[in-house]
Write a new protein. Structure first.
Length: 266
């Protein structure tokens, strides 16, 4: 029993730490290592839990999350298109669509909000962009996910923001996760909370707040990164010979003074 509990914890931890856009690779590696049927179920359970907690994009458009999970089935609700859908964890696509009429009251500005969020994404997110709006009767929630997946140049990035609007107030959280892995493994994470009041609760007021908030957060990230780069990383850099080319330490170590000293035990 203890080994089973330990395996669940380890798999969950590995899935939780997977970089943006690389969940499928982590899943395949774990499934290869843990090849038995029961262990494959452990991997799938961990991935499904991760998606519900952190949200995931499927077929480049549909967001699956605990806030739009259907209570009576394994499916998720698309409140914009009024459909239910399931997800293929390995292919990262939405499947098994069916028409659905949500039993919740939509705010009068819902369609206008969807339109403005679509325009906002086109203007501010240059790569993959998806969002969903979830009404809950007394208010609504918005999830926005932007992804930049450049595997050829060894980096992936994800921006996720989650907003809750209720009674003229708006609360939000934005998370940024960037992974760079050419000849190394560097991860940048950013997380910030925000809140405010809306003079008028309508589509324009909500999107204007999101626009202002995310612009301010972006500037803060750039400032923090510049400080990190110029102040802290700079002090960690070693003085290396300026050759304007990579040094193949495996073959060339004996050609440098320090390497020669090491090779000849000086």
């Amino acid at each position: 029993m203890s080994s089973s509990v330990g395996l669940d914890t380890i798999v969950s931890s590995l899935v939780k730490s997977s970089p943006p856009g690389e969940l499928d690779g982590v899943s395949k590696d774990l499934s290869t290592i843990l090849s038995t049927k029961s262990n494959s179920s452990t991997v799938n359970t961990a991935i499904e839990k991760y998606i519900n907690e952190n949200s995931g994009v499927f077929s480049s458009t549909y967001i699956a999350s605990k806030i739009n999970k259907h209570e009576s089935s394994t499916k998720y609700i698309d409140y914009i298109g009024k459909k239910l859908f399931n997800i293929d964890l390995h292919k990262q696509i939405a499947i098994d669509f069916e028409d659905y009429e949500p039993e919740v009251e939509y705010p009068a500005y819902f369609e206008e909000l969807v339109k403005k969020l679509t325009e906002y994404g086109e203007d501010h997110y240059p790569s993959k962009y998806a969002f969903t709006v979830v009404p809950d009767g007394s208010g609504l929630q918005i999830i926005i996910i932007g992804q930049k997946l450049n595997y050829e140049n060894f980096y992936t990035g994800l921006w996720k923001s989650h907003y809750k609007i209720k009674s003229g107030t708006i609360e939000g959280e934005a998370k940024l996760d960037i992974h760079y892995y050419e000849d190394g493994n560097v991860r940048l994470n950013f997380d910030e909370l925000t809140s405010g009041t809306l003079s008028t609760t309508n589509a324009s007021g909500i999107v204007n707040f999101i626009n202002k908030t995310e612009n301010e957060m972006t500037l803060k990230i750039v400032e923090n990164f510049n400080e990190l780069n110029q102040k802290y990383f700079k002090n960690l850099r070693r003085l290396l010979p300026v050759t304007r080319s990579k040094i193949n330490w495996g073959q060339a170590i004996g050609n440098y003074r320090l390497g020669s000293d090491v090779v000849h035990n000086k």
